[in-house]
Design a protein around this ligand. Structure first.
Ligand SMILES: CC(=O)N[C@H]1[C@@H](OP(=O)(O)OP(=O)(O)OC[C@H]2O[C@@H](n3ccc(=O)[nH]c3=O)[C@H](O)[C@@H]2O)O[C@H](CO)[C@@H](O)[C@@H]1O[C@H](C)C(=O)N[C@@H](C)C(=O)N[C@H](CCC(=O)O)C(=O)O
Ligand SMILES: Nc1ncnc2c1ncn2[C@@H]1O[C@H](COP(=O)(O)OP(=O)(O)OP(=O)(O)O)[C@@H](O)[C@H]1O
Length: 525
């Protein structure tokens, strides 16, 4: 079954809390209204509010959530929590109003108290870093499943509660949604879960009220400077995960300089991992084999192999992700010998990783990989991975996100040129930007970087992948970076249905090549 689209996951039953109880549990809440009013859930948006829930009205980037207080009342909200600025609009609804200095800062604690996740929750693994978060959390979940441990997942691509699969919105849900998800996991008997934590989530208090048993760090490279301005500020945004407020133990990759710094300054007990023997990390991850759809690895500690196995995705960076996933599980008390035995039994990590260097061609055709990479380092790593298994030429197709970090675009173009033999620049999510101007920046940067390098510009991505097909034959490869698992394109705020994987498969067939079976339907292990 493909993942279901839904707004606002909720546990089946929530013990209703009175506002008086809530005010006693969470400091600094003033209640204006009937203390006996009960609430049975928390929502930060009217789009997923249910009757009887507390609507938390937050000042947002565009408007104050209190502007939606009347809509919340009409949807059956039990009360509104807001700040002084939102009080007037909230009280005009006639609902009881709870006032705090900063509703976003209190949201996690309030949601934990209401959903009961302050008392009980699964063993939790959190992963942060610029690239690899989704991959690592999916690997943790896959291994938990192989061990027979009831598991859960929250990633950019999907959220899972055992066998229930739900499409994700944000990488890390708002705190109210996260605690509802954890409560649902409790009800479903989930014993351990992996959660992807973005820098934005930490900056915006989305994991407040959660202390993860093990937190992991993949890497830090150029991205999100639209949000953070400098790489130092970007790293600083990730630091709270490595403090007792959010983590008990850590496993940190030393493979980018930021990892070494984070490891040295971690506020909680930390172990290190690296792909470089010279780093002398606690864990060493080495690649032992490379195939188009599989990478073999050895994970060792103090010179002793702990797990030698494989992951069904291409790339040394994917082996690094697998090493981090296993080291985190072991740091969380899972037996390493048990992991080695389960992976040995199953022929490696058994997983489907949606849209991460996903091979959509069959073995007799040119290799066609659809990837979610959207940063210079992701391009460099994925192109190196594709090159390692491609005897012929490598064609790169990509477009940059509109209304996201503009500074990284020239570096993306340079990384694409450095790693490929032909570059086709196309459109991605223009959002509210002019797509022609995004393409112009990319084409200019690519041509300036390597004059004479073949660069084509094809605005429509459906045509761009078909143009790429005209340049390849078996033995060559195409990497289409950007769209990954996504099933839409964001054009002027409208999400137009679109699947790069489906387009790439169709283009293969039109050019007389074979496409792989659609693995998207084969997720239920
Ligand atoms: C900049 C940012 O984080 N924005 C988030 C924020 O939106 P906002 O502050 O603009 O909200 P707003 O439009 O001003 O509305 C104010 C309030 O009214 C509420 N509202 C709004 C409309 C309505 O009909 N009813 C309603 O109740 C909203 O829920 C919000 O609480 O609150 C919204 C509701 O939760 C989020 O959807 C939205 O994320 C946007 C979509 C976003 O793109 N965020 C990015 C930056 C992000 O967080 N990305 C990271 C991953 C990055 C990565 O690794 O690539 C992530 O974790 O996803
Ligand atoms: N360890 C890694 N180092 C560098 N690049 C990586 C690594 N792992 C994955 N990537 C690249 O980043 C892309 C996104 O991978 P993944 O979704 O796992 O990362 P992410 O951190 O979750 O990103 P996002 O937050 O944007 O979803 C991959 O498709 C690949 O191109």
């Amino acid at each position: 079954m493909p993942p279901v689209e839904t707004h606002g996951l909720r546990p089946e039953s929530v013990r209703p809390r009175s506002l008086g109880e809530l005010a006693a549990a969470v400091p600094a809440i003033q209640v204006r209204g009937d203390l006996d009013t009960t609430i049975s859930g928390v929502a930060v948006s009217t789009k997923d509010l249910r009757p009887g829930e507390l609507f938390v009205a937050i000042p947002g980037a565009n408007r104050h959530g209190a502007e939606f207080a009347a809509a919340a009342a009409a949807a059956g909200a039990g009360a509104v929590l807001t700040d002084e600025a939102g009080f007037e609009l909230a009280s005009a609804t006639g609902l009881p109003v709870l006032i705090v200095d900063s509703p976003r800062d209190r949201l996690g604690d309030v949601a934990a108290a209401v959903f009961g996740t302050d008392v009980h929750r699964p063993k939790l693994f959190a992963v942060t870093g610029t690239n690899g978060k989704t991959s690592v959390v999916h690997m943790i979940e896959a291994i938990l499943r192989q061990l027979g441990i009831p598991s859960g997942l929250s990633s950019t691509a999907e959220r899972h509660v055992r066998d229930l699969e739900v499409v994700s919105g944000l990488t890390t849900p708002e705190a109210s949604e996260l605690h509802a998800l954890l409560a649902l996991m409790n009800e479903a008997g989930v014993e351990a879960a992996a959660v992807e934590v973005s820098a934005q989530a930490l900056s915006r208090h989305r994991v407040d009220g959660v202390v993860f048993d093990v937190v992991g760090f993949t890497n830090l490279s150029h991205d999100h400077l639209d949000d953070y301005g400098t790489m130092t500020a970007y790293l600083d945004a990730k630091r709270p995960l490595f403090t007792p407020q959010h983590g008990s133990r850590a496993v940190v990759s030393l493979d980018t300089p930021a990892g070494a710094e984070l490891f040295a300054t971690s506020g909680i007990p930390a172990e290190s991992i690296s792909a470089d023997p010279a780093a002398a990390a606690d864990w060493l991850i080495e690649v032992v084999s490379r195939e188009p759809g599989r990478t073999g690895f050895r994970l060792s500690r103090s010179g002793q192999t702990v797990v030698e196995s494989s992951v069904p995705v291409l790339g040394d960076h994917m082996a690094a992700n697998a090493g981090l996933a296993i080291a985190m599980l072991i740091a969380g008390g899972v037996d390493g010998a048990g992991i080695a035995a389960a992976l040995g039994r199953d022929g490696g990590i058994r997983m489907y990783l949606p849209g991460r260097i996903e091979k959509v061609s069959d073995d007799a055709s040119p290799g066609v990989y659809v990837d979610f990479g959207h940063s210079p380092d992701a391009f460099a790593k994925s192109l190196a991975a594709v090159r390692a298994v491609t005897p012929g030429k490598v064609v790169m197709v990509f477009g940059a996100d509109g209304d996201r970090d503009k500074i990284k675009r020239p570096d993306m173009a340079r990384a694409a040129v450095d790693g490929s033999d032909l570059l086709i620049v196309t459109d991605h999510h223009p959002r509210f930007e002019d797509p022609a101007s995004i393409r112009a920046t990319l084409v200019r940067a690519a041509r300036e970087h390597k004059p004479g390098f073949p660069v084509l510009e094809v605005a429509d991505p459906k045509q761009a992948i078909r143009e790429a097909m005209r340049h390849v034959q078996p033995g060559d490869s195409i990497l289409w970076a950007g769209p990954g698992h996504q099933n839409y394109r964001d054009i002027e705020g409208v999400k137009t249905p679109y699947s790069a994987k489906a387009e790439a498969r169709a283009a293969l067939v039109e050019h007389g090549f074979g496409a792989s079976e659609n693995l998207a339907t084969a997720t239920a292990y």
